[in-house]
Design a protein around this ligand. Structure first.
Ligand SMILES: Nc1ncnc2c1ncn2[C@@H]1O[C@H](COP(=O)(O)OP(=O)(O)OP(=O)(O)O)[C@@H](O)[C@H]1O
Ligand SMILES: [Mg+2]
Length: 456
């Protein structure tokens, strides 16, 4: 991965550097060469205009006036050759006799100008510029300016070397930067890989350390969250197994004890036999209830619960539940009261009964003797709200967000498997409603079930 990041970054940077170097060299070459050409061209054109203006002073014989022409039209930094119409050198500004004949191209004969770059016999690079001279619309000779390009080439080379060195420095800096950048990517990724492989092996106590707010930080937080959830589920599963074993053992011990006793009924009074049978029956009910809860829970997990909806009076249902539960509440001297008006509702009556039974069961279970449990129903335009308030032990703040989770028990001292509320939340959600729990430790709990009126 590091190699790929480096390769990618370096290819991009080298491409930019090479492109910049090429454009810069090309631009500087054109700037200097263009400048020289332009200066000579302007001088040559001025010379030609001057010659045009004053040519009546001259005869056709170039040779005779060659010195004057050279003297008037020469340009500093260049060597001026005066050529006749056949291209033979008549005179040069250097004063040296030049035995040279230039092949004049046709367009030059027709009055055009020519710039050329040639190499002198000594191997020197030279720019030449030809300017025809006219007399009565006839080309009678040519001015040929020659200038050496050696110094300019040296200067261009110097600039090119400077920019090349600068570019190499930039490329090295880019290499170091991309190395550090790839490290800053890779180090957290390697850390995530090492911790997540430990998690894959079941070592969930490790957490990924992250402070970066980017996608990697997000990934690390998600993996940490996943580990938290797996650990929490593991804890709940273990708690569930232990509480379920306890829940099963208690009634089974009662049943077994009384079954053993009843084996020999001759020594028992009628009342004792009746009491034993009663305990066996109620403990069996408890077991059936527990198994039903577990079955319901597994159906809910698999989304296999179907609601059988019909129209019924929620008020009547609550009255009935409270009436039956009163006996159980009285055992703990808890006052269980209900208030509400007729509320015709369309839903699954049996499932909703299960919801309220679970919540009222909790209220009575987690409220001490002489406590109070108030159930009330309130009808609104679009929904009905059922409030179950108790002044029992309450739930501490850190447990409230979790009590709807399956097998979660805020208080493990009491009998229970931690399924009741999970089932209730699911059934209410299937009716399009919700359950809110407000509680304060030591003060009491308020559970509000909100059920929207559904269209039949
Ligand atoms: N009214 C309440 N007062 C105090 N704690 C409550 C109350 N209702 C629920 N809880 C807490 O929420 C937890 C979850 O409730 P839930 O009904 O799901 O489980 P449970 O009562 O322990 O077992 P189950 O209902 O399956 O027999 C309980 O263990 C209890 O700690
Ligand atoms: Mg419960």
């Amino acid at each position: 991965m590091r190699r790929r990041i480096l390769l990618y970054f370096m290819s991009v940077i080298l491409l930019i550097v090479i492109l910049f170097q090429a454009i810069f060299t090309f631009a500087i070459y054109h700037y200097y060469y263009g400048n020289i050409e332009e200066t000579i061209r302007q001088h040559a054109q001025t010379s030609r205009s001057f010659f045009d203006q004053y040519h009546p002073l001259y005869t056709f014989d170039l040779k005779e006036y060659s010195s004057e022409i050279i003297h008037s039209f020469q340009m500093p930094g260049t060597n001026l050759l005066l050529l006749n119409s056949r291209g033979e050198v008549v005179q040069s500004s250097s004063g040296l006799a030049v035995e040279k004949k230039v092949n004049i191209p046709t367009f030059l004969k027709e009055g055009g100008t020519l710039k050329d770059i040639v190499y002198s016999p000594l191997g020197e690079k030279v720019m030449t510029f030809y300017q025809p001279l006219f007399h009565q619309d006839q080309v009678i000779g040519y001015l040929c300016y020659e200038t050496s390009l050696t110094d300019i080439d040296k200067m261009i080379l110097r600039f090119t070397i400077i920019t090349l060195v600068l570019n190499l420095i930039i490329a090295s800096a880019a290499f170091i930067l991309s190395w550090r950048l790839s490290n800053s990517f890779l180090k957290p990724i390697q850390h995530i890989i090492s911790i997540s492989s430990k998690m894959a092996k079941g070592q969930f106590q490790n957490r990924i350390e992250t402070k970066s707010p980017d996608e990697l930080g997000h990934l690390a937080l998600t993996l940490n969250y996943m580990a938290d959830e797996i650990q929490e589920n593991e804890r709940l599963k273990n708690e569930f197994i232990s509480s379920i074993s306890h829940e099963l053992r208690t009634p089974l011990t009662g049943i077994k004890g009384w079954a053993e006793t009843l084996k020999d009924p001759d020594y028992l009074s009628k009342d004792e036999i009746a009491q034993g049978m009663g305990i066996i029956s109620s403990e069996t009910d408890r077991l059936i209830h527990l198994v039903e809860d577990l079955l319901d829970f597994s159906r809910l997990q698999a989304n296999r619960i179907t609601l059988f909806k019909h129209t019924f009076d929620l008020n009547e249902l609550l009255e009935e539940i409270v009436f039956h539960w009163k006996i159980k509440a009285q055992e703990k001297q808890i006052s269980l009261t209900y208030s509400g008006d007729c509320a015709v509702f369309w839903g699954d009556e049996n499932r909703l009964k299960q919801v309220f039974l679970n919540i009222i069961d909790n209220a009575v279970k987690y409220t001490g003797t002489k406590g109070e449990v108030k159930v009330s129903l309130q009808k609104f335009k679009k929904a009905v709200s059922v409030k179950i308030c108790d002044n029992g032990q309450g739930i501490s703040e850190e447990h409230i967000p979790h009590i709807s989770k399956t097998f979660y028990q805020a208080d493990i001292k009491h009998n229970g498997a931690g399924i009741g509320l999970a089932i209730a939340y699911n059934i209410v959600a299937l009716h399009g409603g919700k359950i809110d729990v407000n509680s304060e430790e030591g003060i009491g709990t308020e559970v509000v079930v909100i059920l929207p009126f559904l269209e039949a």
